[in-house]
Write a protein of this length. Sequence first.
Length: 282
Amino acid sequence: MTTTAPAPTVVITRPEIRDTNLAQQSWIMVKRNLIHTKRMPEMLSDVTIQPIMFVLLFAFVFGASITDTGGVSYREFLLPGIMGQTIVFSAFVVATGITSDLEKGIIDRFRSLPIARSSVLIGRSIASLMHSSIGIAVMAVTGLLIGWRIRNGVGEAIGAFALILLFGFAMIWFGILVGSLMRSVEAVNGVMFTVLFPITFLANTFVPTGPMPTWLRVIAEWNPISSLVQAMRELWGNGPAAAPSAQLPLHHPVLATVLWTIGLTAILAPFALRAYNKRTVD
């Protein structure tokens, strides 16, 4: 009579589960987005190839035709405008990312984890600012190669870059709002192009507002992007102060940019959070 030896007992050890705080959870989400970008490097084309293309096209195609730039070269006048447009489009990255995650059910998987729901938005927002910062850096290097210079001190230069990131924070809430409302990435693309392109061009980003018709000039100079761009030009020494006939925000562009950021965030954030919560609840 033969006996069968009992099967060895397999001991399954579970990985240690450690409590994490909001900052750690948010950083994990940031790394998740960065890893995604690393595996799909073509996602960086909008902040590597496109910035160079925009700078060169505007500098050499339009630069010869636009001369009324307050005594500075058009290339110096141009760089703050393109950088302002780039940070506005950080909302685009957030919106498409959130909509894509919602479509694929990734957000539902995150909800099953013991993490704060806000960590997903914080991680996506920080990753978006890092993404857009690459574009700002590429533009700065390209601008230096074609003649753009920072004419003022280090403090003013750092202040201008800080304003860009601050304004980008407000635009992220717009991206969260659109990304939570739209049902597909295609819809996000349509809404973003329809809204952001006119806003970035109806400003002092690429041309002075002085020659515009009076009614159009008033709209352009009250555009928050105009305040941001004017602030960067003054801090970097890339243009003169606003003309006496300019609207109030352009006479105090740094303060106006900070106030616009606070105001836009106060308006957009509640609607964005409400839309996101509505999409992610059972």
